[in-house]
Design a protein around this ligand. Structure first.
Ligand code: ATP
Ligand code: MG
Length: 393
């Protein structure tokens, strides 16, 4: 009698065709993220079953599944034939390793050939448990719920559910391009976008030698960590040095950041179109710095007509940090390597930039040629596997 993992889907559409599509993508994401395990998948429109060949790895696999979007909950269940005696024997075997004072039984009889109704069977199993263990029934707030699902293919018995990550399977919503820096906010923004089913690619602007190789490695490591929720992420590195230097030489100091961000958006927009991404995602949060006042955001946003998604835009820093800790990016984000050199940071950046002034400054130099050059020289890092970043920093 083996242990099987049963998956209950997260927020899926109820439309028939979409639902099929979502489940198919979820199945392919699971296969991709668990490619190092020998597993087989079976699914229908309400459930998915994951069989793990090596039964000692069942808990480990369940733990990995809890990170995959599109899953509401995960249960490790024991499958037996749908015969009363087999079910009773299994319930006793499972409960002998669990400590509990109160319990209830929840039977679901999907297989109407099973001769006892769900209500009656609650009583059968309840009586069995009361007879064999020192405990009481509590139907409102039990310490333990014993689930008995009687289905055509067998009966599944399980106790506690592991909470899944929810959301939509990554990929059901098409492609987005995440502006990923080494900070705290953008990895969280990427995680939240993945959660809504967006297939995320990452874009990082580097300015060597003004920014260090450690700063780049930090971003590679962050991309790796969020890739644990996707399995499909590539990091695209933009050589941004010449643009940074040209801004420094030709633009007013207080406008340097506004213009730098306009250049980033221009490059992100062009590149997103090139790789088939339909939206840009970033970690901006209203009011956090001078370039994120709403008037700054408006002047910066003016260079693009692509939708920009800012998943953390209305969260407090502490709320963002809480998510960063939960998803495992925080410790890396707070490493000291900066991804923007201090010479490019003016002492008094404008808080209310004017569009005409940006346009005047930008007319001082042929930025369009530099933008195309940047895009043509983007480096793509695609081997984002945990082993590849362990020794990075
Ligand atoms: P984070 O916001 O991720 O904590 P940060 O605070 O260093 O990093 P901000 O200056 O707040 O970044 O920039 C706002 C957003 O712009 C970032 O969240 C990120 O999406 C994008 N961004 C900033 N710098 C870079 C960069 N070097 N490469 C890619 N994207 C960047
Ligand atoms: Mg920030």
């Amino acid at each position: 009698m083996e242990k099987t993992i049963l998956i209950k889907y997260g927020e899926l559409t109820t439309k028939k065709e979409n639902r099929k599509f979502f489940i198919k993508i979820l199945a392919s994401n699971i296969k991709n993220l668990l490619k190092n395990y020998d597993i087989s998948l079976d699914y229908d429109r309400v459930r998915m079953y994951v069989k793990v060949k090596d039964q000692t790895k069942v808990e480990e696999v369940a733990n990995k599944l809890s990170k995959i979007f599109g899953i509401h909950s995960i249960v490790i269940c024991h499958k037996v034939e749908s015969v009363d005696a087999s079910i009773q024997a299994k319930v006793l075997e499972i409960l002998k390793d669990i400590k509990f004072n109160t319990f209830k039984v929840e039977t679901k009889r999907a297989d109407k050939n099973f001769p006892i109704s769900s209500m009656e069977y609650n009583n059968v199993i309840g009586g069995l448990v009361l007879k064999n263990f020192d405990c009481k029934v509590d139907v409102h707030n039990p310490e333990l719920t014993i689930h008995v699902e009687i289905r055509v293919e067998g009966t599944f018995i399980y106790t506690n559910e592991i909470k899944g990550s929810g959301g939509y399977p990554v990929g059901v919503q098409g492609n987005g391009l995440l502006m990923l820096s080494g900070g705290i906010d953008s990895p969280v923004a990427g995680y939240l976008a993945l959660k809504r089913g967006i297939n995320v690619n990452c874009l990082y602007f580097e300015s060597p030698p003004h920014t260090s190789v450690e700063a780049k490695n930090k971003v590679i490591k962050l991309a790796n960590i969020i890739n644990e929720y996707s399995g499909n992420i590539k990091l695209h590195v933009v050589p941004f040095t010449k643009i940074q230097e040209a801004i420094y030489m030709h633009c007013k100091p207080e406008y340097m950041i506004t213009i730098m961000r306009r250049m980033m958006y221009r490059i992100a927009t062009k590149y997103a179109k090139k790789i088939g991404a339909e939206i840009i995602i970033n970690g901006e949060s209203v009011g956090q710095v001078a370039s994120q006042t709403i008037s700054s955001m408006s002047v910066i946003n003016e260079v693009t007509n692509m939708p920009i998604i800012r998943p953390v835009c209305c969260l407090d820093k502490l709320e963002i940090i809480e998510i960063a800790k939960k998803i495992g990016t925080y410790e890396t984000s707070i490493l000291p390597y900066e991804d923007c050199c201090t010479i490019f940071l003016p002492r008094h950046p404008v808080i209310n930039p004017k569009l005409e002034k940006c346009l005047q400054s930008e007319a001082n130099y042929d930025f369009d040629t530099l933008i195309d050059e940047c895009i043509n020289n983007i480096e793509v890092i695609s081997n984002l596997e945990p082993e590849s970043y362990n020794d990075l920093l």
